[in-house]
Write a protein that binds this ligand. Structure first.
Ligand code: SAM
Ligand code: SF4
Length: 498
């Protein structure tokens, strides 16, 4: 965009030429026209959280946590349960397989004790935490549902006793179909959970078996029946780009979920970047070079083109079924969530970018507010190291932190706002950062480019806002990485060095 157009503000941003009503019309074209957004499976680890900013020592991170002016401001809690009954070959989250025998039986209690211990230490260290209205609580992992009702109750009792929960606090439990086969969900509702997330990935048993998952299609469908019976909102996580998937097969899966009226269908493209190298996860089996080579030789990894063909097949069906994505990648049936059709955990995490307080190994959170900086906090990612730190003495199991200021913070907050797939309001950035998104560089150039390429569009009736188009939604992670983290945040490294 020319300087003159930029200085005229959003009215001068030309509507995009590629605002196709259906993304199915052109992902291949879109990627041809936007080669920077072609990110192959092995590089693909888009993280909306910034991998840049000034490193903070453990003591500086702890001090930032202690002094954060968070009392009276909305906050959100995340508890990471690093236990799994089996290890999926694609998974690079921080987790470990539960041992067989007595050690495994004790694991849910031991990990609940550790999480309670960490939460108690943080509350003592940062007393404001008890006075921040908590609007959402999320128990994820790993496999949070493996904790079982008794330990989940202990966690929720602790949270209710020590934090100030908003009356309508959204309390989500994440789990696997194999943990939702009996009365577990009814029990979870009875102890206070009011939203659920289940990882199905595929309804083709061959696909899940090849990935090493411990449930077949019948178990997934049974878990979905149980979820429907709770009457609560829930999402079903599905992946595309996995071995043995084809556009036709993934379409069959999504059609089935739509027929079952699943409230939110979350679609994830297979990421196979080595997050262990980046210091933010575990190495997955499919990250290992020799395994990757074999899978490639046997044509088991779909190509980028095939992967996007799967996405197009999925999205055509979701659009026909009346689903709308918000945040990007989370397709909601209309009317499930009041107020913009976006789950609360997503609105506050992505759109509002409220502070997130995260517990457990590898968990990361952020401290934010009206100020022009953001502080990220990272816990020790090594599971044994995390447990040792808590057992060996006082202190928080922090590994490091980052402080983002100026363009870095704006790039990160814009990335979160884009992910939310809600209007991006220039007024908010003017008030918080003193910048004019559609006039000042480098923001105006970025938005003009996105507009020209049909990746964002003005929001009718809101003169100061733009929002992702469906094409922008399709490539949201790539856009966040290239336009916001690199062009605005100045992050130029291929991998993250924490
Ligand atoms: C926190 S993870 C795992 C939760 C739960 N244990 C499960 O297996 O469903 C949440 C979701 O991330 C997605 N996921 C995990 N690893 C992925 C990867 N390498 N690439 C893309 N999506 C992934 C899966 O859809 C998964 O259900
Ligand atoms: S995908 Fe879920 S069950 Fe599989 S290893 Fe990762 S966290 Fe565990």
């Amino acid at each position: 965009m020319s300087k003159t157009a930029a200085s005229a503000g959003i009215t001068a941003l030309r509507p995009g030429t590629g605002t196709a009503p259906r993304p199915g019309t052109g992902l291949a074209r879109l990627l041809r026209e936007n080669p920077a957004l072609r990110i192959g499976q092995d590089e693909y680890n888009i993280n909306v959280t910034a991998n840049y900013g000034d490193q903070l020592s453990i003591s500086d991170t702890a001090e930032a946590l202690r002094t954060h002016p968070g009392a009276g401001r909305p906050a959100h809690l995340y508890f990471h349960v690093p236990l799994c009954a089996y290890i999926c070959h694609f998974c690079n989250y921080v987790k470990r397989k539960v041992a067989d025998g007595p050690e495994g039986e004790a694991a849910p209690r031991i990990w609940t004790d550790l999480l309670l211990d960490e939460s108690g230490r943080r509350l003592a260290h940062a007393p404001w935490l008890a006075h921040a209205p908590v609007e959402s609580v999320y128990l994820g992992g790993g496999t949070a549902s493996l904790l079982g009702t008794e330990q989940l109750r202990r966690l929720l009792d602790h949270i209710r006793a020590h934090y100030t929960l908003a009356d309508d606090c959204e309390i989500s439990l994440e789990g696997n179909p194999d943990n939702f086969q009996r009365d577990e969900l009814a029990e979870a509702c009875a102890i206070g959970f009011n939203r659920f997330s289940v990882g199905v990935q595929s309804l083709q048993s061959e696909v899940n078996a090849f990935a090493g998952r411990g449930h077949d299609a019948a178990m997934s469908l049974r878990a979905i029946d149980k979820l429907r019976a709770t009457g609560k909102p829930f999402n079903v996580d599905m992946m595309f780009g996995l071995p043995h998937q084809t556009p036709g097969r993934v379409a069959d899966d999504i059609r089935r979920l739509i027929d079952l009226d699943v409230p939110t269908i979350t679609i994830y493209r297979l990421r196979n970047a080595d997050r262990a190298k980046m210091g933010i996860g575990n190495r997955a089996l499919w990250n290992v070079e020799s395994v990757k080579t074999r899978l490639r030789e046997e044509h088991l990894f779909p190509s980028l083109g095939e992967t996007y063909a799967m996405r197009e097949a999925i999205v055509e069906l979701l659009l026909d079924g009346g689903y709308h994505p918000s945040p990007c990648g989370w397709w909601n049936r209309p009317g499930v969530y009041p107020d913009g059709n976006i789950p609360r955990v997503s609105r506050n995490k992505w759109q509002r970018h409220d502070s997130m307080i995260a517990y457990g190994p590898g968990a990361y959170g952020w401290l934010t507010g009206d100020g022009d900086t953001v502080v990220q906090t990272h816990n020790i990612a090594d599971i044994s190291g995390y447990a040792r730190r808590l057992k060996d003495g006082p202190g928080l199991p922090l590994a490091s932190g980052r402080r983002l200021a100026g363009y870095q913070a704006i790039g990160m907050v814009l990335g979160f706002a884009f992910k939310a797939n809600q209007p991006i309001d220039a007024g908010r950035f003017r008030r918080r950062f003193g910048v004019e998104l559609f006039r000042d560089e480098p923001f105006a150039g970025v938005f003009a480019d996105l507009m020209d390429r049909g990746l964002v569009e003005p929001v009718p009736g809101t003169p100061e806002s733009v929002a992702p188009t469906l094409d922008g939604e399709a490539l949201h992670e790539e856009i966040i990485s290239v336009y916001f983290h690199q062009r605005i945040g100045g992050f130029a490294e291929a991998v993250c060095h924490r």
